[in-house]
Design a protein around this ligand. Structure first.
Ligand SMILES: Cc1cc2nc3c(=O)[nH]c(=O)nc-3n(C[C@H](O)[C@H](O)[C@H](O)COP(=O)(O)OP(=O)(O)OC[C@H]3O[C@@H](n4cnc5c(N)ncnc54)[C@H](O)[C@@H]3O)c2cc1C
Length: 384
């Protein structure tokens, strides 16, 4: 059968692998001119480890994982060290869980997609008409096609979800934060660490491919054009202007540079849908069940949902009416569990008040004591 996948990232590449492996003819359309680079390291955990094993990539991703090998200083708004953070304290759901650079995982996923899968970059779905015998698609490049199944794997601001299920506001819930990332230029020294003031986290980390800055800012929902990068840069600068200590001025310059690599800005949001399937259209990954960056489960859910959808639909002989309840039964409890994790991540990553921040830092200091035998260097004073 013919399957069209919109979006070539974790969810879309995983879907392309599974549908092709199960004998279907697969086309992938991606709006960008290639796989979109950038992003902080992401986690492959829990059920996704089994999915990765069945995809034949578990050893490869384990071999390229990020090693969180040293503690970093935690700073207050004046740039003074108040605690130490060692990511190994929180690292994993289980010891097997893997943190890997987003670009590396994308490349590994691409590597297990059969040559027969057709990729069409700089293309998107312009129109979608679902009927009894499949879906008629018009593409932005003027081509047309007919597919037995259309899979929306096109992220938080999904095009397929909008065309088939309705407007974004009906499904996407702002989780109260904005996130920004940028690769930092290598022509100067950057100090690793994390600075917090209430509702704002600014961090510098090197996960193996050079230093990268992260900003997480608490904010009510802002009405802006999510495709306008100049607006993104202005919003980031407004958030960062609250702090003038540490290396924040240089970080503002780095975020403001239109030529900077690895630039990413978006709302931290969740997608909640009563059904991920309508007729012969399905949404997976952030399009259907984004768990929010603070959950650390977005990639895991994307990979698991792709396998579940492809196997269930194939088992049901391409009858989506029969496959839909089974797919939801197999996936829904895990999605709910993963989305709940985001509530645990927020108070650790971006405490909202000074009292919450002090409490969080006291917890970090207590962790340093607790883990002193396992990670002796974390108890010391990692210098800012
Ligand atoms: C550049 C980038 C950086 C990211 N960085 C992080 C990070 O640091 N930490 C983190 O937790 N999560 C990050 N994410 C999100 C993370 O990748 C997802 O939460 C998770 O992996 C689920 O993946 P997904 O495939 O559902 O969505 P995404 O990874 O968001 O991928 C969606 C894909 O669909 C494409 N697309 C969008 N609209 C269309 C359209 N109209 N037609 C065709 N294709 C379209 C996009 O270009 C993208 O390739 C990032 C996403 C991107 C795109």
């Amino acid at each position: 059968m013919n399957v069209l996948v919109s979006g070539a990232s974790m969810a879309g590449l995983s879907a392309a692998h599974w549908f092709a492996k199960l004998g279907h003819r697969v086309t992938v359309v991606e709006r960008a001119d290639g796989l979109r680079p950038g992003g902080a390291p992401i986690d492959v955990r829990g059920r996704a480890l089994g999915t990765a094993e069945r995809m034949g990539i578990l050893r490869k991703i384990d071999g390229q994982k990020v090693i969180n090998s040293y503690p970093a200083p935690v700073l207050d708004g004046a740039g003074t060290q108040v605690a130490t953070l060692d990511l190994r304290w929180f690292a994993n759901e289980t010891d097997e869980d893997i943190e890997i650079l987003r670009d590396r995982l994308n490349q590994i996923l691409l590597g297990v997609i059969p040559d027969a899968v057709e990729f069409r970059y700089k293309t998107s779905i312009a129109s979608l008409v679902d009927g009894r015998d499949g879906v008629d698609i018009g593409f932005t490049d003027g081509l047309q096609g007919h597919y037995d199944l259309v899979v929306g794997a096109d992220g938080l601001h999904s095009n397929v979800r909008r065309l088939a299920f309705g407007p974004e506001k009906d499904y996407v819930r702002h989780f109260g934060y904005y996130v920004a990332l940028v690769d930092l230029p290598k022509d100067r020294e950057w100090r690793r660490g994390m600075l917090n003031v209430p509702g704002l986290t600014i961090a510098v980390r090197d996960a193996g491919d050079g230093p990268q800055a992260l900003m997480l800012a608490a904010s009510p929902e802002i009405d802006y054009d999510y495709r306008d990068l100049a607006v993104h840069r202005r919003l980031i600068d407004d958030f960062l202007s609250r702090v003038d200590a540490w290396q924040v001025r240089a970080l503002r310059t780095a975020f403001a540079d239109p030529a900077a690599k690895g630039f990413y800005f978006d709302s931290v949001s969740q997608t909640h849908m009563p059904s991920w399937i309508k007729g012969n259209v399905a949404v997976i990954g952030d399009a259907g069940h984004c768990a929010a960056l603070l959950s650390g489960m977005g990639t895991t859910l994307a990979m698991v949902a792709a396998e579940t959808l492809a196997t269930t639909w194939t088992e049901c002989g391409g009858d989506m009416g029969a496959a839909s309840p089974i797919h939801h039964e197999r996936l829904r409890p895990y999605v709910e569990q993963c989305q709940a994790f985001a509530h645990e991540g927020a108070p650790i990553m971006v405490p909202a008040t000074q009292a919450a921040l002090d409490q969080r830092n006291a917890t970090f200091r207590a962790y340093a004591e607790t883990y002193v035998a396992k990670f002796p260097e974390a108890a010391g004073s990692a210098q800012a």
